[in-house]
Design a protein around this ligand. Sequence first.
Ligand SMILES: [Zn+2]
Ligand SMILES: [Zn+2]
Length: 108
Amino acid sequence: MKCPGCASDMAATMVQSIEIDRCPSCGGIALDKGENEEIEAIGVASVIEGGVERAHEHRTTTARCYECNRDMIALRGAGDVEYDWCDGCERLFFDRGELTALDAFVDT
Ligand SMILES: [Zn+2]
Ligand SMILES: [Zn+2]
C-alpha cells in the first residue's frame, strides 16, 4: 500500500499485537476500514467517536488515497487530533505526530 502522505510503500507493523501500516519515510499511520476492534483497542476509537468535525477551516490536506485514487478529507476528532479520511474505502491516515497523544503510538 502506498502512503497517502508521501506515496512511499508502507510497511505492516505491530502495535499492541495489532497490525497497522506505517510509512517508514514520513512516519504516517494508516488504518483500514473494518479494523474497528483494533482501533478500539489502541484507543483511536475515542478520537474518531469523540466528535468528528471537518477540519477544512483549519487546514487542508494533501493526503491522497492511492487505492481509490482520490483525495482524502481532512477531519478532526476528539481533542486536537487531526487525521485524513477516504470517503471511498474509509481508510484513516494519521500524520506522524498526530497520534502521539496515544500511548500505543509513542516510538520506543
Ligand atoms: Zn509517508
Ligand atoms: Zn480509499
